[in-house]
Design a protein around this ligand. Sequence first.
Ligand code: GRF
Length: 228
Amino acid sequence: MTNGLMLKAGQKARLVVLISGSGSNLQSLIDACDAGLLNAEIVAVISNKSGVYGLARATAANIPNIAIDHRAFDSREEFDKSLAQIIESYQPDLVVLAGFMRILTSFFVNQFLGRLINIHPSLLPAYPGLNTHQRAIEAGDADAGATVHFVTAELDGGPPVLQARTQIETSDDSAALSARVLTLEHVIYPTAVQWFCIGRLQMIAGVAYLDGTALPEAGIFFSGATEL
Ligand code: GRF
């Protein structure tokens, strides 16, 4: 078993965060860094859409940020190549997808394999893709949630690390459910990212390991007691 991320004493992990929208998960990472709960520095925020609120959050936190409009590229491959180049220029230890609404090519995923993490608003493997909360409500599911997972070439299919769950109430519509799940996301994402930054979490050959032990297929369930 190899070790996870190893930093020199006093060094912080370098994070590049990719967004497409409001950036509330980005904010939870910024706040965790500021509070000293995350041994990391967000060295850049990149959005594929200009004018989104997440970029304003980055500016407010003095984090270098840029928008790269995917529509300016001839193909998904061309966009991903440029994006990868820009990301690499920041020498990230971890690339954090935080509401980045683009399907990534296998070229991109393979370049960052093992240092690319995502949060998805469902209890994976249920409901990969879009409209997760609406689909869970329509299916009559008892609960919904979110999953932090390593990214592999399969859409929302990489190994889960940490999941949080909430009951679906009869009064829930997708907006209410989504708001409740988001508050859980803001806890589990910094937690899982911190595990990576302090070398506890890694992915080897498509399997996620915490403290050297392979995680169960659904990852760990957040109990509220999971330490940051
Ligand atoms: C979150 O629900 C996240 O799970 C999904 O996209 C949404 C992003 O929200 N991947 P925000 O931009 O972080 O507020």
